[in-house]
Design a binder for this molecule. Sequence first.
Ligand code: ZN
Ligand code: ZN
Length: 342
Amino acid sequence: MNQLSLANGFNSADNQPVKIKSKPAQSAYLDKRVTKSQSENKRTRSQGARERLRTKEHLARLAVGLGEVELAEKIDRCHSRLSVLTCGRHIARIIPNFTCEFRLCPDCGRRRSRRLQNKYLPMMNGFMLHNKVTPVHLVLTQTHKKESRKQSAKRIRDAFTKLQRREFWKKHFKGGTWSLEFAKDKNGLHHTHLHIVGFRRTFFAVELLRAEWLAVTGDSHVLHLKPILDLAAGLREVVKYVSKPLGIRRFGAADLKEFLGLKNMRMFGTFGEFRDFCKNFEPSDNEGAAVGELESLARDLVEGCACPQCNEPLFDLRMSKNELPQFYEQMESSPPGEVRGS
Ligand SMILES: [Zn+2]
Ligand SMILES: [Zn+2]
C-alpha cells in the first residue's frame, strides 16, 4: 500500500505526519509559537486596513444598487469612528463606535473569527490533553457545478455527513471543527470547500482518504491534508474563511443578493467526539472571560495602562476609519523607539 502511494507520488505535505508522530508528548502541539501557514497573507496592517475600507465601500455601493439602503448605511457606519488605545508604536485595542454584524463585512468578520478562536482554542487544547490525537487541517473540495451557493454548500455538507458514517473515518478521526469557504471559478461556477480541523487518531495514507471521499461524492477525490503544528495558528487559518468568501471585491449585485438569502446558513460547526466534548466543557475563569469578547486579551486595558508589548503608557486616540490605515503606516515606518501619534 505504501509502495503504491509512493509510486503515485503524493506530495510531501502528506508525508509529514510521519515526522510528527516521532515528536515527544503533547507539548509540541500546544506550543504557542506562530508558524507561518502556507496561505498566510503577506500584506501589512495598513494594506489590510485599506483593503477592508475598499471592500466595505464596494459592498455599500452594491447594497444601494439593490435598494438595501439601510444595509448600506449600516456598513458605512460600522467602524467609522474608532477609539484606538495605543502607546504610539503599538495598538493594544480598537473600540469601534458601531458594528454592523453583516456577514460579509470584513471588520465584523475579523471580530467574529476572533470570537470563534477565543471560544474554541481552549476546548481544542482541553481535548488534546484528554485524547491521544494529532490535529490536521483537511480541505475537502467538490466538482464545480452550475448551482447556487446554497446548493453547493448542501452538496458538500451532505457528502461530509456520509463520510463521517464510514468505518474508515470513524477509525481515523475523533472529531473536530468544520467551516465553509465559498468560491467561484473563472466560469462563474460556485464551489464550496470544507475546511476541517480534524483530530486524527492514527496515521493513514492520504490516498485511502481520497478514495473514501470519491466514494461519497461520486465525482471528487480532491482534498488537501496537512498536519497542524500550532493549534492556534491552525484554528486561525480555518476560521478566517468563515468571515471571508474568496473574491469578495469582484462580487456583483447578484452575489450580494444571494448572500442576503443565506442569512441563517451555518458556516462553522463541530463534529464527532469533539462536539460532545464542547458541550460539557467548563472553561476555567480565565478562559470564560475570553469568550465572546472583542480583543479579549486586551479587554481590561484602559488609558494609562502599560502597553503589553513595550510597557509604555497607553493613551486613547480618536480617529475616523480613513485615518486608521495612515496610523498603521506611521507605525510601520517609524524606527523602533520613536513614539508618534499623540
Ligand atoms: Zn461591520
Ligand atoms: Zn507599545
